[in-house]
Design a binder for this molecule. Structure first.
Ligand code: AMP
Length: 353
């Protein structure tokens, strides 16, 4: 049996962006407190958390004080420096675990892990040099996408290659960073499953959502996704297999390409996920509360959906709506830079529609 952290306990969260903010709100609804660790000043999560430490991830003394002040540690992004984690994990439990982080920080490690589970991924090849890219292009063919192995997000660190003559331009665009060449998947749609696993090993999945991107950034997530029953079942079962294989605790986002040949896993994110924001207005227990429950050793809520939802991200200076049937979520960021996620809206409608 697992020790359940009682109300009043403190959850440490690495990262103070909007995900940390929404995790803090969910924790406070359960009577739990949060302490944010974030290198940047005035993080969005700082406005709603109980405590904020502003320090870089290589400040071991600050990390130590942070760990000493919390009961458990979680994170809102996957690119936490390894040395920080090495230090923290000797001091407090960290959920999700290191294996989950390692399997998602590097695209090659991630794809090998998924393939070893028997899941389908896009054809891929490791690329470290221009000559290596040219060789990989011979096996993978075009069109294809060259991606940095690490630190990519919102379509950053990626170049599409339509012709092998573009090899050196593409390689230079990534500044020689270790990369992976991926065959272009001719998908019918993109969906994601937001799945959770508790410390006792129970798994709960939300209905798959259908994702549309604009300029590499998530634009909308729609539930229900247009999937037949077999695809829906496959999506949920494969997410459960990933969580079990990692002995995972917390919420994970599993991004999938839907093709005529079946589901292909694009990537996994060991944290609450933008494509799960619809759960805030579509489910009794949303992804943020679900994650907090899992890391605090509480039983999971069920992920049942009670309405249809279209989640739209508010990016840069996108105007937001004041419609009565729209749940508005703003992140408290004062400067609306292009491409910056400022908030999102959940438009709900009855399931019978
Ligand atoms: P990623 O950062 O890997 O999630 O990629 C961002 C977006 O680029 C995805 O959501 C897809 O729309 C597109 N994309 C990435 N990889 C591929 C691929 N191998 N084939 C087709 N589209 C892709």
């Amino acid at each position: 049996m697992v020790d359940l952290l009682p109300p009043g306990s403190i959850i440490g969260i690495l990262g103070g962006g909007q995900l940390g903010r929404m995790l803090s709100v969910a924790a406070s609804r359960l009577g739990l407190k949060t302490h944010i660790f974030e290198p940047n000043q005035n993080p969005p999560a700082g406005q709603v958390a109980d405590k904020v430490t502003t320090a870089p991830y290589d400040d071991l003394a600050a990390l130590g004080q942070f760990a000493a002040s919390v009961d458990v540690i979680t994170y809102e992004f996957e690119n936490i420096p390894t040395a920080a984690l090495d230090h923290l994990e000797n001091l407090r439990p960290i959920h999700p675990n290191r294996k989950a982080l390692a399997s998602s920080q590097d695209r090659i490690v991630e794809k090998n892990f998924l393939q070893n589970l028997g899941l389908n991924v896009a054809p891929f090849a490791q690329v470290d040099t221009l000559a290596g890219l040219q060789a990989a292009l011979q096996t993978i063919g075009t069109p294809c996408i060259l991606k940095t192995r690490r630190f990519g997000y919102d379509g950053k660190g990626q170049v599409r290659i339509d012709d092998i003559a573009e090899a050196s331009t593409a390689f230079n665009a990534l500044n020689g960073a270790p990369a992976v060449l991926e065959g272009f998947v001719n998908f019918e749609r993109e969906v994601s499953v937001i799945a959770a696993r508790s410390q006792n090993g129970e798994v709960a999945c939300y209905d798959p959502g259908e994702n549309v991107h604009r300029s590499g950034i998530l634009h909308t997530t729609t539930v229900p996704a247009q999937l037949n029953l077999a695809q829906q079942t496959d999506a949920v079962i494969l997410a459960g297999r990933i969580l079990n294989a990692l002995d995972y605790v917390g919420v994970m986002g599993v991004e999938l390409f839907v093709t005529k040949q079946g589901l292909i896993v694009n990537e996994i994110a060991p944290r609450v996920h933008n494509s799960g924001h619809w759960t805030q207005n579509g489910c009794l227990i949303d992804q943020f509360e679900q994650h907090i429950r899992a890391v605090a050793g509480w039983p999971l809520g069920d992920g049942q959906r009670h309405c249809n939802v279209v989640m739209t991200n508010l990016i840069g200076d996108d105007a937001y709506s004041r419609d009565a049937n729209i749940g508005l979520h703003l992140y408290g960021k004062d400067i609306a830079k292009p491409g910056r996620k400022m908030g999102h809206e959940n438009r709900i409608s009855p399931i019978s529609d």
